[in-house]
Design a binder for this molecule. Structure first.
Ligand code: GDD
Ligand code: MN
Length: 375
């Protein structure tokens, strides 16, 4: 009924929408128009739309897309405020689409759009569930990459093998097309962290998928700059952890604990320096070491574990104070539990470990609630 009414009103006079192309953007203003021109050339026979997902570009990307979209109904825009992350941006764009097939491509023209029809056809015609652009098969290459970056990419690819339910030659690729229903099946389990949405997808989907791979040459960026930074490695590690032991322990708790172990080293070093270098009495030296270690833990957790809610400026100081408070209570819990266990079992190290574990978990839970409040 609705279809007929719409058709009568001319709303369906265009080819039906078959393909949504999700394009994450962060400061890509110089690439938007060339990319749309290229897509128009290569997708002539298809009803398609693009969904840009912009995370607060400051170079006018979102304004340009808005202007284009007002004249061209194939173009849509999602603006996210105060959020970052390639993988989560792609997921949000994909969930906003209603077409049977969804493709994902970078905005910076490094992905070869001429293979998009092949990716689409692999799904729509050949019935595959997933089709990826790959640098590591016939017809594919890394283009002008330096040997060092090639090595890193291969190493990262090797690390991914244990979590991939579907074998892919290039799980690091951010260039692929997927059947909409497949994406929806994987969506609830996605980790959504970092850059590697394709890997997240095949690791999160409950079963192996049927795949087509199409080779392409990774292009060289002409305009704008890459957003890859030192955090990419950490985010990749977080994704791997989340997909393996993340089912049992939150990844943030693992990071918090790892930093805590480093903190013990800081504590002992400070204690040694204050006792022998500073000639302080034990009580004073121990107090100084505790404060130093807590501050170290706070700074590292703020920088890494909770970088998604990082405290800066004055909030850094109030955060530090609240962290000290949390840890003081944690220390009380540590001593209390330790004493209880010791009274029961008389094993000094079991009591020590039990106290430390309970104290640390308290610190983790309470600081997540008090210090790094989710905005
Ligand atoms: N919305 C949004 N939010 N977009 C982002 C963000 C973000 O936080 N970070 C990056 N982007 C966009 C960029 O604007 C670009 O369109 C695309 O994501 C890729 O970012 P680049 O900074 O150009 O990454 P790259 O070229 O190093 O990485 C590409 O190659 C990898 C292969 O090694 C990406 O395609 C990766 O997905 C791919 O794995
Ligand atoms: Mn790029």
């Amino acid at each position: 009924m609705l279809q007929q009414q719409l058709a009568a009103n001319g709303a369906l006079s265009d080819a039906p929408l078959a393909l949504s192309i999700v394009i994450p953007t962060l400061n890509e203003v110089g690439n938007i128009e060339p990319l749309l021109e290229r897509l128009t050339l290569v997708l002539v026979d298809l009803g398609w739309e693009v969904i840009f997902v912009d995370d607060g570009s400051t170079d006018g990307t979102a304004e340009l897309v808005t202007e284009i979209a007002q004249a061209d109904r194939r173009v849509r825009l999602i603006r996210r405020i105060g959020r970052r992350g390639l993988a989560s941006a792609v997921v949000e764009g994909a969930l906003a689409s209603t077409t049977p097939v969804i493709a994902v491509i970078d905005a910076d023209l490094q992905h070869d759009e001429t293979i998009l029809p092949a990716l689409y056809n692999a799904i729509a015609v050949d019935g595959r569930e997933l089709a990826i652009g790959t640098r590591y098969c016939q017809g594919g290459s890394c283009g002008e990459w330096a040997e060092s970056r090639r090595k890193i990419s291969r190493f990262a690819t090797a690390l991914a093998a244990p979590i991939m339910k579907t074998r892919l030659t290039d799980p690091m690729s951010g260039f692929f097309a997927v059947r909409r229903s497949v994406l929806l099946e994987a969506a609830p389990a996605l980790s959504n962290v970092g850059y590697k949405i394709l890997l997240d997808l095949v690791a999160s989907h409950p079963r192996p998928l049927s795949v087509a791979e199409v080779g392409y040459t990774f292009g060289t960026r002409q305009s704008g700059a890459s957003k890859l930074d030192q955090m990419v490695a950490l985010e990749y590690l977080e994704l791997l952890l989340d997909k393996t032991i993340g089912r049992y322990i939150p990844v943030k708790l693992i990071q918090f604990g790892a930093i805590g172990v480093l903190g013990v080293g800081v504590h002992l070093t400070l204690l040694y320096l204050l006792l022998h270098g500073g000639n302080l009495a034990f009580g004073a030296a121990q107090a100084g070491a505790v404060i130093g270690a807590m501050t170290f833990n706070f700074a590292l957790n703020n920088r890494f574990t909770y970088r998604d809610r990082q405290l800066k400026g004055f909030a850094w100081l109030t955060g530090l104070l609240s962290f000290w408070l949390v840890c003081s209570l944690g220390a009380v819990a540590n001593v209390g539990i330790g004493s209880l266990v010791f009274a029961q079992f008389h094993g000094w190290w079991i009591a020590g470990v039990a106290g430390a574990v309970v104290g640390s978990v308290w610190n983790y839970v309470a600081s997540g609630w008090l210090t790094w409040t989710r905005k």
